[in-house]
Design a protein around this ligand. Sequence first.
Ligand code: SF4
Length: 193
Amino acid sequence: MSRELERISAEARICTKCDLHKERKTAVPGEGPADARVMFIGEGPGAQEDLTGRPFVGSAGKLLTELLASIGLDRSSVFITNIVKCRPPNNRPPRKTEIETCASLYLQPQIRLINPKIIVPLGTPAIKTLMGDDYSATSVHGKVFRKEGRFFLPLYHPAAALYDVRLKDTMFEDVKMLKELLDGREVVAQPIS
Ligand code: SF4
């Protein structure tokens, strides 16, 4: 990670800017190369992530690693983070004010610094945060969008697919589009309205 990304991570670890700091054990700023071509962005840390300070290390993380491997990607080659860096109590969805505060302080600067070619929002809260309230995982998963020179490939959240075989199959199908994008193939990309 670059020095600037390290600074963002260090600030997030001691951040008290929203109520989520009250019950977190460890903030989870995210990890990956400073020049990653792809950023995966989920909803928020879960119990395992809160304990370890690392993103996507629980069973949803295992599935994410499998999805990446299915298209020949190692998870160390992508940047993985969340729209909020602290675990919401009892895994409740993060509130709009928490998302807005956290994303403007940490996620948006991370995106600016890393400048990825492709952003993969995982699950509806991340999709809405990054693409707008008109979008949801059900309506746009696996479709490619384009905004300000960057591709967006929204997917279901791996946690949703853990116990749903059909959703899991859909995710393995959808992630193939990431390979197409990384290989520079021509794909139909819709503008984000
Ligand atoms: S969720 Fe984000 S804004 Fe809220 S305390 Fe944690 S790092 Fe700070």
